[in-house]
Design a protein around this ligand. Structure first.
Ligand SMILES: [Zn+2]
Length: 239
């Protein structure tokens, strides 16, 4: 009789435990589903939350003003070693004589975009002149890689929406600027990026400075450990 009483007590406690655990679980799921996604959240917000919480920490490293005869190959080696793809916005006048570097860039799987022919503010140019420069650079890159660039980054981020020659191109700006051209300091640039980066960021760098190349490789090593992956701008924009 004594043993049966104990068994009954045990069973009751056991069943109560199960009921309690189930209730806790259901209320946890309720909170979990409503915590970050308020009813009526638009699709963009839902996507952003999904991106933040799915571990999909993608960012794009972009390099302007190159190629440089020494620092760009150094960067390409570092990226290849790490299995990372980046986006390069090439300056036409710097492509001249460095065709082999551009070919390597393409063969390594990086995305090549257009940064104009010379480093001028496109918004201040005559439409005809600006378009001629963009076209000249597109042709030059296409001659080397066989692919016509589809992405344009105007110098200083300044461009004229009336540039009809760009209607088939996608203008890509940036949202994280460590001002690498100003400090030319590896540690400072790397620290700035690691501190401020968020999933989905397009980071602006210049592969014509050794400090920027070193900083980029340092950032890749640090952020890879934090679960970030590096994609080209087209991959980021498609997502
Ligand atoms: Zn530039």
């Amino acid at each position: 009789m004594k043993i049966r009483w104990k068994t009954a007590c045990f069973l009751v406690v056991f069943i109560l435990d199960i009921i309690f655990a189930k209730t806790m679980y259901l209320s946890y799921m309720d909170v979990k589903n409503s915590l970050f996604l308020p009813a009526g959240a638009d699709e963009e917000a839902v996507d952003e939350v999904r991106r933040q919480f799915s571990g999909d920490k993608q960012i794009a490293l972009t390099f302007d003003d190159g190629p440089h005869s020494v620092y760009t190959p150094r960067l390409l080696d570092g990226l290849r070693k790490r299995g990372v793809h980046a986006t390069f916005f090439l300056l036409g006048e710097n492509v001249e004589g460095k065709e082999a570097i551009v070919k390597q860039m393409d063969e390594d799987g990086h995305l090549i975009g257009n940064h104009g022919y010379s480093h001028v503010q496109m918004s201040k140019e005559l439409v005809g002149t600006a378009c001629q420069q963009i076209e000249q650079n597109n042709r030059k890159i296409e001659e080397i890689t066989g692919v016509r660039p589809q992405y344009l980054r105007p110098p200083y981020g300044s461009w004229n929406e009336e540039l009809e020659c760009t209607t088939n191109m996608t203008v890509v700006l940036w949202n994280l600027d460590p001002l690498d051209w100003k400090s030319k300091n590896t540690k400072k640039v790397a620290r700035y990026i690691v501190k401020h980066v968020e999933p989905g960021d397009i980071i602006l760098l210049h592969d014509v400075y050794p400090s920027s190349v070193e900083a980029a490789l340092e950032v890749i090593d640090t952020l890879t450990k934090q679960g970030y992956t590096f994609v080209t701008v087209d991959e980021l924009l498609i997502d």
